[in-house]
Design a protein around this ligand. Structure first.
Ligand code: CA
Length: 238
């Protein structure tokens, strides 16, 4: 058994895809790789399967009967902030990608894709689920002000308030922590945290920073930790 097999064998994947030919091929190939795969043919079935079992990762098509991928992602995120969601988008659907990330997807893959690409992406996401586990044994807990973040459990505390972070919120927060007291541009954040080319007009970064402020700032309208730098981006001064 290779290292890879040990790591990923038996991981449970919920595949949400209405194109039968594509789904059948993916089912076969993912099973070959050692994953347990469960197939939902539409948005309704996706939510039913999600409710009735647990999974390590979700592959989610956007155009689906009953509930589209955005609705499914939103509903899943309400229940589970942390399960990795990989969205499948059309080649021209750059705005779909952004919308997908806004509603809670962690990554996207453009159709048509090569199997190898999908497999790498899945492995990356399953790995990313444990990205916070520092290899040097450093603490996964960070503090600033009255706030505490546990990157291992993706949970936080703001005073007495418990907070559950999504993977994407935690990744942004981690980036801020790693670049404390440094001005970081929207461009840099989009590229480093979201893997999106900057040419796209998007409020993604601002929306996420707003969420972090709502969680952790004593007064989100007068931020002291996540400050705006006009015309550039943000600076974290935790
Ligand atoms: Ca579809």
């Amino acid at each position: 058994m290779t290292e890879k097999d040990r790591q990923y064998k038996g991981k449970r994947i919920l595949l949400v895809e209405d194109e039968e030919t594509l789904a059948t091929g993916l089912l076969f190939n993912l099973k070959e790789e050692g994953y347990h795969v469960f197939w939902a043919r539409d948005g309704l079935q996706a939510l039913e399967l999600f409710e009735s079992d647990t999974y390590d990762l979700i592959i989610l098509d956007i155009m689906l009967p009953y509930h589209d991928g955005f609705e499914v992602a939103q509903k899943i995120r309400q229940k589970s902030p942390q399960i990795p969601i990989l969205m499948l988008t059309a080649r021209t659907g750059i705005y779909d990608r952004i919308k997908g990330l806004e509603v809670g997807a962690d990554d996207y893959l453009t159709k048509p894709f090569h199997l190898r690409e999908l497999l790498l992406r899945i492995e990356g996401m399953l790995k990313r689920k444990s990205w916070y586990k520092s290899e040097d044994g450093k603490s996964t807990i960070c503090n600033f002000g009255e706030n505490e973040i546990n990157f291992e459990t993706l949970s936080g505390r703001a005073g007495d308030r418990e907070i559950q972070l999504t993977l994407q919120e935690a990744r942004l927060l981690k980036y801020f922590f790693d670049h404390k007291n440094t001005v970081v541009s929207r461009k840099e954040l989009l590229e480093q945290v979201w893997n999106i080319p900057f040419e796209i007009e998007t409020r993604t970064v601002d929306n996420f920073v707003m969420r972090l402020r709502k969680y952790f700032e004593p007064d989100p309208t007068r931020p002291v930790y996540f400050k705006s730098v006009r015309g550039v981006g943000y600076i974290f001064t935790g």
